[in-house]
Design a protein around this ligand. Structure first.
Ligand code: UDP
Ligand code: MG
Length: 319
């Protein structure tokens, strides 16, 4: 184990979207954690919290401002509009990437076990640049969420995208990893797909996930589905290849069908079946539609990327 010459400077990044009811409590718990870690000589004294307000429509930002005036180790970044959790995290990381050695992102609802943070820092000090927080089980999730989540990770793996099973956005990154992450200019951000691409030494810590400390989940089924589709189409072009393979397969099938048709014609059995025609039209029609749909998904993505819109707008930084 290599011991650093000085203690690492830590920032905890907490994206917040309409988290007013729990923010105060979250800040107290996380400040206490920082103090403990400072006392244990795990991190440098001037480590701090960064709350990123992702365009909340409640009073989250006012609460963050209040927390900042009471405690200078609590900093805040206010995005002008809701940019989504991934972009909010990116905004925070890019804003302060020069100011610390390690960056840990954690949800405001503290569903992720904060005890894992100390383990993450230990791993960093052993020389890992990236430490993934991975859920040991999904007992607190509904049956539906468990099944859909597991199907998603399996599909991602089958499509060749590197994702860490049961890892969300609870992770530690070193400064150099964050700086490399900044080089990824894509708009459809899916951090848990990008971070493994960085290739730096990485480790995993396991933890149990709790229920929300208050408030409601910001991911409805619709939003989760969109997030999963984004994750897949941002990281894999295999669905496009499947269309091409299907095309070849159907070409072969149609050759057989043509042979059969000609054979029937020569034998004078040419009262062509209306039913078979209808079936082919409908079946092929639907396949074509699916193919166009998938292609459209990628074209849509190209459209969004080439615009090179800024990913977020910062309204205020409380330093
Ligand atoms: N969040 C965000 N912007 C959004 C949606 C969510 O910053 O548009 C934050 C939210 O405040 C929380 C974290 O992302 O800190 C995870 O959200 P949530 O707990 O609702 O997700 P779940 O745990 O239900 O998957
Ligand atoms: Mg949550």
């Amino acid at each position: 184990m290599t011991i650093l010459p000085r203690l690492p400077h830590l920032v905890l990044l907490i994206p917040c979207y309409n988290e007013e009811p729990i923010l105060h409590n979250t800040a107290i718990i996380l400040m206490q954690l920082l103090q403990n870690l400072v006392e244990k000589q795990k991190i440098a004294e001037n480590s701090f919290l960064l709350f990123i307000n992702d365009g909340s429509s409640d009073r989250s930002w006012q609460v963050i401002q209040q927390l900042h005036t009471e405690n200078s180790f609590i900093k805040g970044l206010n995005l002008a509009a809701n940019a989504g959790q991934q972009n909010a995290l990116m905004a925070g990381l890019m804003k302060i990437c020069d100011r610390a050695d390690i960056f840990i992102s954690i949800d405001a609802d503290l569903q992720d076990d904060i005890a894992a943070i100390e383990e993450m820092i230990d791993k960093f000090r052993e020389g890992f640049d990236i430490v993934y927080g991975v859920r040991r089980s999904r007992e607190v999730d509904s049956f539906f969420k468990r099944q859909t989540a597991s199907a998603f990770y399996k599909l991602m793996a089958a499509l060749g995208a590197k994702t860490i099973y049961n890892h969300a956005d609870f992770r530690l990154m070193s400064q150099r990893a964050v700086k490399q992450l900044g080089l990824y200019g894509e708009r459809n951000l899916f951090l848990r797909g990008i971070v493994p691409l960085l290739g730096y030494p990485s480790a995993t810590v396991y933890y149990d996930r709790n229920g929300r400390s208050g408030g409601n989940s910001k991911y409805s089924f619709h939003r989760m589905l969109n997030f999963a589709i984004d994750g897949i189409t941002s990281f894999s072009i295999r669905p496009l290849r499947v269309i091409a393979s299907l095309g070849i397969l159907f070409l072969l099938c149609s050759l057989i069908a043509i042979g059969y048709t000609l054979h029937s014609w020569f034998h004078g059995e040419t009262v062509a079946g209306w039913a078979s025609l209808m079936i082919s039209i409908w079946f092929l029609g639907s396949l074509i539609l699916i193919a166009i749909g998938i292609t459209g998904e990628y074209i849509g993505k190209i459209y969004l990327e080439v615009k090179h819109r800024p990913r977020y707008h910062i309204e205020e930084f409380l330093d």
